[in-house]
Write a new protein. Sequence first.
Length: 199
Amino acid sequence: MACLPKCYSDQERAYIVKRLKEEAAKCLSQYGVRHTTVDELVKRVKIPKGTFYLFYKSKELLLFDVILEQHELIEQEIFQAVSSIEPDRLTADQLTDMLLRIYTIAAEAPVLRMLNSDEVEILARKLPEDVVEAHLGHDSTMSEKLLSMLPVKTGVDAKALGAAFRAIYMATLHKEEIGEPYYEGALRYLIRGLVVQLL
């Protein structure tokens, strides 16, 4: 008979979720989305396979949770960096440099580094539509918050801004196609183009 959710205390549930995320992050970095399996995850966490499904309906939802945690850490860095600059003294070059530094950190994060465009597509295809929409909504809210902290031009569309930031992030997944010698310069042009339109 399968163990019911009430078999676990809140502390045990929190511990299992924490361990699942830790091992999912390692597997994601090592194997990618396609080759990370529920069997491998439960073996590492030492729980029955049925227990996994008490916490996550699919491995994709767990992997997405892990990616979102990394995403949130990067968001925090953006807000801390922006809040450290006096808005009336902010220049396009300062904001460009700051965003370039943050995108570089994101591109080097172990979990995010292995996510090429194919991996992102595989994951997105398997996620419920409402989960993807909620994430896009969160990106728009983040863009609105960022706009409120910057001396931006009136009439900037927060949703389009969120999509533009996402598009620049997607460019970091194509470093090889862009070309190693030109990658950082190309990324700087993209970010500065966005910044100039904002300020």
